[in-house]
Ligand binder design. Structure first.
Ligand code: CMP
Length: 147
């Protein structure tokens, strides 16, 4: 059964020119890139995307980071895509990833527990929410009368 997940290259990943290297990993592990777009998040969009973290102490800093430049979002598809992409990116804390998961994407391009270069949906429910957040906003917004 094929599965879809949302992958994101965060502002530090784009700035550091890691996109091509990350895409090589994506293709090497036989994900299909179904959709992709580059977008600049503003405060409201970033806060809405990370709403589940809104009460955390790192939230203001996370929003500043995530709005500091454009992000590249992709819908990846393959069998077991959600768990496999999470495995490939490695642990949240990139400095730890460099020690425990040296072949992970975060070990390659992340810095610490915040500037960790990439994102991946953590569950089927998150994947569905995050994919529609970026790729079905026009249709869902028009249902809400926003456009
Ligand atoms: P991500 O997997 O996109 O999901 C939530 C993000 O919050 C995470 O990556 C990091 O960028 C950030 N984050 C998580 N934990 C911390 C932390 N302890 N300190 C700062 N930022 C964090």
């Amino acid at each position: 059964e094929k599965e879809k997940t949302l992958a994101m290259i965060k502002p530090d990943g784009l700035l550091g020119n890691y996109t091509e290297r990350i895409k090589l990993v994506i293709l090497e592990y036989e994900f299909s890139i179904l959709k992709e777009t580059t977008t600049q998040l503003d405060q409201d969009r970033a806060s809405s995307f990370y709403t589940e973290h809104s009460s955390k102490s790192f939230f203001p800093s996370l929003i500043k980071y995530m709005t500091s430049g454009p992000v590249l979002v992709m819908v990846l598809e393959k069998e077991n895509a959600i768990a496999d992409w999470r495995t490939l990116i490695g642990p949240t804390d990139s400095s730890r990833a460099k020690v425990t998961h040296p072949n992970s994407i975060r070990a390659m391009c992340g810095v610490d527990s915040e500037k960790n270069c990439v994102h991946g949906s953590d569950s089927l429910q998150s994947a569905q929410r995050e994919i529609s957040f970026f790729f079905e906003e026009i249709s869902s917004d028009s249902c809400n009368g926003k456009h």
